[in-house]
Design a protein around this ligand. Structure first.
Ligand code: B12
Ligand code: SF4
Length: 460
């Protein structure tokens, strides 16, 4: 079949993110004999015009739309992207079959399909099932029998099956250089899955709870190609947790060091599985910044969010970074079940003590179906089973709802290293645009060291 692959993601905050999910599909689609072109809407000034032109020029049989983000998951400054996707599908209708997938789609497949009006949707990983769906369409098979495939107008679907293994994304049809220039990082995935069960988190739902590790030699070859073919010198590992399983992380780092790859990199890490030895391996392999998905500095809140680590683990991991001179950020999620003024202040106190390069604070927690937080929100009467979550609904503990934003704002503004995207503290779009003008490589939060004082709605 003749395919047009569309990356629908136009979000540029915190930076434009290369559509690695769609690139993962390009190889298997080519292997199945399909021809394809790519339309990436991220850098298009007039998406409807670009889509119409691509449809007229390419005359595709099917359009494969990748929906990475439903919204920016940021309270109170929420942006939803669904209208843009609906517009894409409307333009495709009558000219080609519209198939949609991606992480944003997979979180609420039946609801998103109905909302945007595509012909077919695919929940979960697309490497195996998308070629099978196209085969079905060509041969007149029944797509609803394929795991993960949602058919327009039909209720329900067979749950997706995770792929056993996955390979190197095919980046040849994409503008890697522009993403690197404007985003300052290339992305690489070394494994999929997360075995933990934090109450709000969708990652185990999207990637499964069991870990699937890529062969290390294949990852090294992928990084080598990014360096040689695209001049990349900074990477971000998109794994849910880079340092789990720790043995794998350590083997990968040692292989990167042996291969003398001229790259720096950063990743999300779990404070639970950090040892001095692993940190040494990471630094030797070029790691120059780490991000902890800490969520809170309060023992009660860590327990309530079902985190796998303790406040003491956060202390130890932070001290290790400080000793090694490694930039580190803690990501905080305020407002979970049981959050009070006291637990919020405990978090500020812990951060004052461990002094990270930056603290990135999200206020309110987006509720997704099939999470423990969803059940809590129903039990507390915040939402009903019938509540649509396509537009974001945020959980904010009833114990702190009044004065919540004011408290975080006033405390964060007292500190130079706090960033609160939803409250626009050190993180407005204008500010991020201004920072990106300097062609920064690596995470933008490292730049906070250069700011003299905290900014609220700066530069606007
Ligand atoms: C790493 C990551 C980041 C990094 C990205 C770094 C980088 N340089 O790439 C950072 C921290 C910067 C980031 C930022 C954001 N992220 Co983020 N991120 C992730 C994460 C953990 C992995 C994404 C990834 O690269 N996956 C690897 C690729 C290979 O997988 P994939 O894209 O899902 O593609 C597969 C399938 O989805 C499917 N597929 C994809 N497209 C299609 C199309 C069709 C037709 C088919 C059949 C299948 C298909 O097949 C692919 C291969 O198996 C996911 C959570 C997760 N575990 O998925 C969140 C996630 C994608 N992020 C999310 C969001 C919201 C954001 C932000 C908007 C805001 C925020 N607060 O985090 C920004 C937006 C940035 C931007 N410009 O777009 C949400 C999106 C869903 C939603 N709620 O809207 C997710 C799912 C997390 C969540 N909250 O649930 N993110
Ligand atoms: S927050 Fe991190 S550790 Fe917890 S379930 Fe999500 S990905 Fe796993």
């Amino acid at each position: 079949m003749k395919l047009l692959l569309i990356s629908a993601n136009r979000e540029r905050d915190p930076y434009p993110v290369f559509p690695i999910g769609l690139a993962c599909l390009a190889g298997p689609l080519a292997a199945a004999g399909h021809g394809m072109t790519v339309l990436d809407l991220c850098f298009e000034s007039d998406p409807p015009q670009a889509i119409s032109a691509a449809l007229a020029e390419q005359q595709p049989d099917a359009v494969v739309i990748s929906l990475r983000n439903l919204d920016n998951v940021t309270w109170p400054g929420t942006r939803s992207y669904l209208d843009g996707v609906r517009d894409i599908v409307t333009l495709v209708h009558g000219r080609a079959v519209a198939i949609i997938g991606g992480s944003g789609f997979s979180l609420m497949p039946v609801e998103v399909l109905a909302a945007v009006g595509a012909d077919y949707g695919v929940a979960g990983e697309g490497e195996h099932v998308l070629p099978r769906l196209l085969d079905c369409l060509e041969t007149g098979g029944d797509p609803s029998l394929l795991p993960g495939v949602v058919v327009s107008g039909r209720p329900g679907f067979i749950p997706p099956l995770p792929v056993e293994s996955f390979g190197t994304p095919d980046r040849t049809l994409f503008d890697v250089a522009r993403y690197y220039r404007e985003g300052g990082m290339a992305n690489v995935q070394t494994k999929r899955g997360c075995p933990f069960g934090c109450i709000y988190c969708t990652y185990p739902l999207l990637e499964g709870r069991s870990m699937r590790l890529r062969p290390i030699a294949e990852i090294i070859a992928e990084i080598r190609a990014l360096v040689d073919d695209f001049g990349v010198s900074y990477l971000y590992f998109v794994d849910d947790i880079f340092n789990y399983p720790p043995d794998f992380a350590s083997q990968l780092c040692r292989a990167m060091t042996m291969a003398k790859l001229p790259v720096n990199w950063s990743a999300f890490i779990n404070p639970d599985f950090i040892t001095a030895e692993l940190m040494d391996d990471m630094l030797a392999a070029g790691c120059d910044a780490v991000e902890f998905g800490s969520d809170s500095g309060s023992p009660l809140m860590l327990k309530n969010m079902r985190k796998s680590f303790s406040v003491e683990d956060l202390r130890k991991a932070s001290h290790l970074c400080t000793e090694l001179g490694l930039d580190f950020a803690h990501y905080m999620l305020f407002g979970g079940p049981g959050e009070t003024r006291a637990t919020i202040l405990e978090t500020f106190d812990l951060m004052d003590e461990v002094k990270p390069t930056a603290v990135i604070a999200m206020t309110g927690i987006r509720i997704y179906p099939h999470t423990a937080l969803y059940r809590t929100a129903i039990d507390e009467g915040l939402i009903q089973e019938s509540t649509s979550l396509l537009e974001p609904v945020f959980y904010i503990s009833p114990l702190i709802r009044d004065g919540f934003a004011d408290l975080i704002t006033s405390e964060a503004m007292k500190r130079r290293n706090w960033i609160a995207p939803g409250l626009e503290i050190n993180a407005s779009s204008a500010m991020l645009d201004a920072i990106r003008m300097f062609k920064v490589k690596g995470p933008l939060w490292k730049m906070i060291k250069g700011l003299g004082r905290s900014h609220h709605r700066p530069l606007s």
